[in-house]
Design a protein around this ligand. Structure first.
Ligand SMILES: *Cc1c(COP(=O)(O)O)cnc(C)c1O
Length: 360
């Protein structure tokens, strides 16, 4: 079978082994005679699937016992609103770090609910770096500090964990969760939409310290209340059952592949291959500060934007798709999540070399 080399930012590639296993189990999961899609979320089979998925995620990330893991819906975008609803605790103010399109959207949603202070921003250089901690202006009485730990569109990644003292740190980790080990106890809350590095769209994961929940704003709908969801094992209403199942298969795949330490090694190698080429090239260019470059999302431009269409067409002919950059940045973007094999990146670099030789 010929698998397309898919550089989509999300929904993105999934490991072929995971898809094959899901196909094998499509009509009959584990002798149950049912597809996971047909199962009651209250039945023992699905409860076992969801519990295993949570256990495997906890093992992968080393999630401490005093953190809840929630399997929710609505995407990371709903979290932009749900976080202030649950974490403001009547304080009325939160600090946000502005580093690109996603943190900008998070800020906009929060502004409807509270006083938002921009603690730091990289807008002055068109969102091409992660502002150093020493430049952050934090308020001691803020309810939390929010940042986007990997800006999917700009390709800027924090390779360090901010220190916000007693004020809980909240991270939108949608596009690099599970790409490397992370010290969960440094965070109050970590959230991620599944369709980048976890599984199918429709599932959103929230990892939250348990002392932060149970104090939501009065008008918070029940399905959006972390405490109510935690108390009902994320099954206050029907959860996205099939997406949870596939995410569980991805967690198993990660564990059997060597966990997040191994995944980080592979991700470093893949990203380095592409960045090394970009830095040597006089035709292609990545604008992000070297120390803040994302291992997952790598934007680049051609010396002449008039050649963009030809570049994309040639890529398509070589089974490489979704390389067009986000409309707000232009140029190209290669998203190379966990499931992207290194050979996919090699094929891209070989093609770029060839394209440069012809057009540079
Ligand atoms: C994709 C993405 C989102 C939005 O996710 P949805 O699931 O579409 O709501 C938010 N933040 C980041 C960092 C993303 O990459």
């Amino acid at each position: 079978m010929n698998r397309t080399i898919n550089f989509s930012a999300g929904p993105a590639m999934l490991p072929a082994e995971v898809l094959a296993r899901a196909a094998d189990e499509m009509l009959d999961w584990n002798g149950s005679g049912m597809s996971v899609m047909e199962m009651s979320h209250r039945g023992k089979e699905f409860i076992e699937i969801a519990a295993r998925a949570e256990q495997d995620l906890r093992a992968l990330l080393g999630i401490p016992d005093n953190y809840k893991v929630l399997f929710l819906q609505g995407g990371a975008t709903l979290q932009f609103a749900q976080i202030p609803m649950n974490l403001l605790h009547g304080k009325g103010k939160a600090d946000y770090v502005l580093t690109g399109e996603w943190s900008k959207k998070a800020i906009k949603e929060a502004q409807a609910q509270c006083d938002v202070q921009i603690a730091a921003s990289s807008e002055d250089r068109n969102f091409t770096y992660a502002p150093h901690q020493s430049s952050w202006k934090l308020r001691k009485d803020a309810a939390y500090v929010h940042y986007c730990s990997n800006e999917t569109i700009g390709g800027v990644e924090f390779h360090w964990t901010p220190d916000t003292g007693e004020v809980p740190l909240v991270a939108d980790a949608s596009s690099h969760i599970l790409s490397r080990p992370v010290d969960v106890k440094r965070f109050g809350l970590i959230y991620a939409g599944a369709q980048k590095n976890i599984g199918p769209a429709g599932l959103t994961i929230v990892i939250v310290r348990d002392d932060l929940i149970g104090k939501s704003a009065k008008a918070t709908p029940s399905v959006m209340d972390y405490k109510q969801q935690a108390d009902s094992d994320s099954m206050l209403n029907t959860p996205p059952t099939y997406a949870i199942y596939v995410a569980g298969l991805v967690f198993k795949w990660l564990r059997s592949t060597g966990g997040l330490v191994e995944m980080e090694k592979r991700n470093v190698a893949k990203a380095q291959l592409l960045y090394d080429f970009l830095d040597k090239s006089s035709f292609f260019r990545n604008p992000v500060d070297k120390g803040d470059r994302s291992r997952m999302n790598i934007p680049f431009t051609l010396a002449d934007a008039k050649l963009d269409d030809a570049f994309l067409k040639g890529a398509q002919e070589r089974s490489m798709v979704q390389l067009k950059g986000h409309r707000s940045v232009g140029g190209m973007r290669a998203s190379i999540y966990n499931a992207m094999p290194i050979d996919g990146v090699r094929t891209l670099v070989e093609y770029m070399k060839e394209f440069e030789a012809r057009n540079g």
